[in-house]
Design a protein around this ligand. Structure first.
Ligand code: NAD
Ligand code: UFG
Length: 336
């Protein structure tokens, strides 16, 4: 198929581009480089052995996106583009509404104009809010605890309404749990700007000597060792989930919400230990107070993805850590 990947040079978009291209799809990437670097395109070319067509644009530029869809004969879109930092969204909600809500609205208008009705959307486990039970299945009530989460929830609802308006739409909202790791070449990976918000990139930078110590946000949660438990999923497994979702949508119309996780939770201290083992480097840490808004545990029930997509994660924690470390060592972060 001919696919447009918005946010295609970002962390998850670039890994998904590798998987989709190697599976034989024809890709066009679109990004405004607000949180990624042009150098990713060269790295993708090295991995794939050929360049990928690229459009530098903001998804809010409806005319340019429409033109890209029409010029390239796009049949389906994978929509990664958006802002994703929870704390920043609390400080700058309008920026998040503009980028994520307006951006998606603009994309959908462009898709409608170009008669493209197949969409895979990057949603998040954040739509479940405070877990009422675990593991989280797709029937769990949804709610938002911050503006970022509210954008994901609203977009899912917009997409639901849209699919009800016209049976031509085929939409999958993939609810990602905690993506980590990198492509095994080490050429692409997670390259956050400034101080990382998320655990894994912070741990990587401590092991690399870039930061002195990890702050562990609370050790008094109701979890086996008192630190927060999350469902970390290798980004290449996540990428393969998109391939499976596109295949699924070829045979299904309507709106579908599907968890992409492993079903297995690990604590912050387990992550630190696993990373030390994979890297051979110590990861210094201090216990500090809880981070506002964090929940004790969050992990997925993954049966729906297995049943509908015939997909499940296959890479374990050691590989997630080894691959993240290789990407760091190949100096992926902050090169050009
Ligand atoms: P990322 O920041 O690495 O990638 C997002 C890409 O979108 C970046 O390259 C950025 O430049 C681009 N972008 C942002 N706004 C844009 C706009 N208006 N127009 C064009 N391009 C724009 O983030 P990621 O980790 O790859 O996340 C991809 C998607 O997955 C996001 O929608 C995010 O909310 C969602 N998600 C991520 C996580 C996670 O932990 N990484 C978890 C759940 C959901
Ligand atoms: N943590 C620390 N120290 C840090 C960073 C994180 O102890 O410096 C802890 C957190 O308290 C939490 C765990 O590590 O217990 C994971 O935290 P992350 O920030 O890596 O991930 P979250 O689960 O908080 O959130 C992430 C994304 C959200 C997304 C969610 C579910 O940041 O956007 O996963 O997909 F919604």
């Amino acid at each position: 198929m001919k696919l447009l990947l918005t946010g295609g040079t970002g962390f998850i978009g670039s890994h998904t581009a590798v998987v989709l291209s190697q599976a034989g799809h024809e890709l066009v990437l679109l990004d405004n480089f607000s949180n990624s670097k042009q150098a990713v395109l060269g790295r993708l070319e090295t991995i794939l052995g050929h360049a990928l067509p690229f459009v530098q644009a903001d998804v809010r530029d409806t005319a340019k996106v429409t033109q890209a869809l029409q010029t390239h004969g796009i049949q389906a879109v994978v929509h990664f583009a958006g802002l994703k930092a929870v704390g920043e969204s609390v400080a700058q909600p309008l920026n998040y509404f503009a980028n994520n809500l307006q951006g998606t609205l603009s994309l959908l208008q462009a898709m409608q104009a170009a008669q493209v009705h197949q969409l895979v959307f990057s949603s998040s486990a954040t739509v479940y809010g405070e877990p009422q039970y675990l593991p989280l299945d797709e029937q769990h009530p949804t709610s938002a605890t911050n503006p970022y989460g509210r954008t994901k929830l609203h977009i899912e609802e917009m997409l639901h309404d849209l699919s009800a308006s016209n049976p031509a739409w085929r939409i999958a909202c993939l609810r990602y749990f905690n993506p980590v790791g990198a492509h095994d070449s080490g050429l692409i990976g997670e390259d956050p700007n400034g101080i990382p918000n998320n655990l894994m990139p912070f741990v990587v930078q401590v092991a690399a000597g870039i930061r002195p110590a990890l702050q562990v946000f609370g050790n008094d949660y109701d979890t086996p060792d008192g630190t927060g438990v999350r469902d970390y999923i290798h980004v290449m497994d996540l990428a393969q989930g998109h391939l499976a979702a596109l295949h699924f949508l070829n045979a299904q119309t309507g709106w579908h919400a599907i968890n992409l996780g492993t079903g297995q939770g690990y604590s912050v201290l387990e992550m630190v230990k696993a990373f030390e083992a994979a890297s051979g480097k110590p990861v210094a840490f201090n216990i500090v107070p809880r981070r506002p808004g964090d929940v004790a545990s969050c992990y997925a029930k993954v049966d729906k993805a297995q049943a509908l997509l015939n997909w499940q994660a296959s890479r374990g924690l050691p590989q997630m850590c080894e691959d993240a470390w290789r990407a760091q060592q190949r100096n992926m972060p902050s090169t050009t």
